[in-house]
Design a protein around this ligand. Structure first.
Ligand SMILES: CC(C)(COP(=O)(O)OP(=O)(O)OC[C@H]1O[C@@H](n2cnc3c(N)ncnc32)[C@H](O)[C@@H]1OP(=O)(O)O)[C@@H](O)C(=O)NCCC(=O)NCCS
Length: 185
């Protein structure tokens, strides 16, 4: 895989760019929030070091083209609002999984659709992906609306796929194929 270290994407209201050490406090604020992590695949972050470590690990993963996580930054105020990612990349199958999360003060303004829409454009047009998939808790209405708005199709239910902090949860798998994405653009 090619390096993602210099990937920088932009939309009308947002810039998507790799995380930098100065993002640590804002990143921790987002992912230590119980509301953000209610349906996430891990518990809320407990210590600020988790943010510092993730940013350091991302640097390597981006350079190696293993994982593309980008900070979502508001153009107007320059604040880090959250992140979006393409991960579990398969070069042979030209497939990736998508993930995203925003701090609650940024919810409900169309930012997720705007950011993830641009990330998908990059994935299909620049990385030549054929399929992007998402694994969502069936109770995560906001995320499901977001995926459906972006053109993803519901493909199936995987029962009791996650156990997070003792809670056993199901996954709904959503998929978006390149040809369906092209038909929409
Ligand atoms: C999921 C999440 C990223 C959505 O972010 P957002 O910026 O508020 O989403 P958008 O404003 O782009 O809205 C997308 C669509 O979902 C709808 N929506 C948003 N929040 C909703 C909610 N709580 N209930 C129902 N619909 C909702 C919006 O109305 C919009 O649909 P529309 O365009 O048809 O009106 C945000 O809620 C979040 O960060 N949640 C916590 C982390 C998480 O669960 N991530 C996903 C893991 S799979």
């Amino acid at each position: 895989m090619e390096s993602f270290a210099d990937v920088r994407l932009a939309t009308a209201r947002l810039v998507l760019r790799p995380l930098v050490p100065a993002d640590a406090a804002a990143l921790f604020a987002v992912f230590s929030d119980r509301r953000v992590m209610r349906y996430w695949s891990s518990a809320p972050w407990a210590t600020p070091e988790t943010a510092v470590e993730l940013i350091a690990a991302d640097r390597e993963a981006l350079a190696a083209g293993r994982h593309l996580r980008l900070g979502i930054v508001g153009r107007a105020e320059g604040a880090l609002l959250g992140t979006c990612s393409l991960f579990n990349l398969s070069g042979q199958c030209r497939r990736a999984e998508v993930g995203y999360g925003l701090g609650p003060e940024a919810w409900g303004q169309g930012y997720a659709v705007e950011a993830v829409g641009e990330l998908l454009r990059f994935g299909f047009a620049d990385l030549d992906l054929n399929r992007v998939e998402a694994d969502v808790d069936p109770r995560n209405t906001a995320s499901i609306h977001c995926l459906e708005r972006l053109g993803f199709a519901r493909e199936g239910l995987l029962r009791e796929r996650w156990i997070v902090a003792g809670e056993v949860t199901d996954s709904v798998i959503y998929g978006l194929l390149r040809r369906q994405w092209q038909d929409r653009t």
